[in-house]
Design a protein around this ligand. Structure first.
Ligand code: IPE
Ligand code: IPE
Ligand code: MG
Length: 251
């Protein structure tokens, strides 16, 4: 880990867990009259830069949105390009991630993924399972609603098998989500200027801070991440209670 970047005091203020909606690859490419696939390829470089930079800001966990349950609606060629990126990212980066103490976890539905991608995903998780310096969660074939439905189904299966009793509560449902066991999401960032969640981390977003940045994802890196962290540290998180700030006396 390098020295803490200047201008960002108080790394203890978090965020520990940052979730990124990596948006704008297509527009980045279109602005250069390039095929959209080139934007996705540059997006992988941006992901590598961002993962490298994150620990310098005190971040312990990054969750990135790589492919949504709705992205199957894209032309078959683009879907296949995006699957291909998983192959090349894992082929080129898994050893380094493993060496640098990064644990990789893939969120989302395995069913529906091409068999070789499912195998690659499992290999990445297995190879890095012992790492604990940093957690990289890649949401792939992930939808927030599908994840909640799957968690509910898991609970129903446990009930039917006699492994669970009593009314469903937040802890029991949360334990079935694909993010279970990870740190709570502090900050959700979306790039490209769009201001929506697009079915990302619906449950986990409950008390996350939201930051929207006008940078297209292929241009992302340490500087933009630092800016998002700075915005986060200026927020006053109340979690439904009242401000923790000292109240100034009147007059
Ligand atoms: C984000 O970039 C990558 C994925 C959704 C996989 P987009 O491909 O959505 O880029 P835009 O939004 O069309 O610019
Ligand atoms: C969300 O971006 C999915 C990922 C970043 C992987 P989209 O580009 O698919 O979202 P919409 O369609 O603009 O809402
Ligand atoms: Mg998009």
């Amino acid at each position: 880990m390098t020295a803490h970047p200047v201008g960002l005091p108080d790394p203890d203020a978090g965020p520990r867990h940052v979730a990124l909606i990596m948006d704008g690859n297509g527009r980045w490419a279109e602005a250069r009259a390039l095929p959209r696939a080139m934007g996705h390829r540059e997006g992988v470089q941006a992901l590598k830069r961002t993962v490298q930079a994150a620990p310098d800001f005190g971040i312990e966990c990054l969750t990135v949105f790589g492919f949504s349950t709705e992205n199957w609606r894209r032309p078959a060629e683009e879907v296949s390009d995006l699957m291909g990126l998983v192959r090349s990212y894992v082929a080129s980066d898994l050893n380094r991630l493993e060496r640098e103490g990064v644990r990789v976890r893939v969120l989302g539905r395995r069913t529906g993924l091409p068999a070789d991608i499912a195998a690659i995903v499992e290999r990445a998780e297995r190879t890095t399972a012992h790492n604990s310096r940093f957690l990289l969660q890649v949401a792939f074939n992930y939808g927030g609603r599908a994840d909640i439905v799957d968690a509910a189904q898991r609970y129903v299966d446990q009930l039917l098998a006699g492994q669970a009793t009593g009314p469903l509560d937040e802890a029991a449902l949360g334990a079935g989500l694909s993010t279970a066991g990870g740190p709570p999401v502090d900050l959700i960032v979306r790039t490209s200027g769009e201001q929506r969640l697009s079915n990302f981390l619906l449950w986990e977003a409950a008390y996350a801070e939201l930051v929207y940045q006008n940078v297209l994802w292929p241009d992302y890196g340490a500087e933009a991440l630092g800016d998002a962290v700075r915005q986060f540290r200026q927020r006053d998180r109340r979690f439904g209670a009242i401000a923790a700030r000292p109240v100034l006396a009147a007059g």
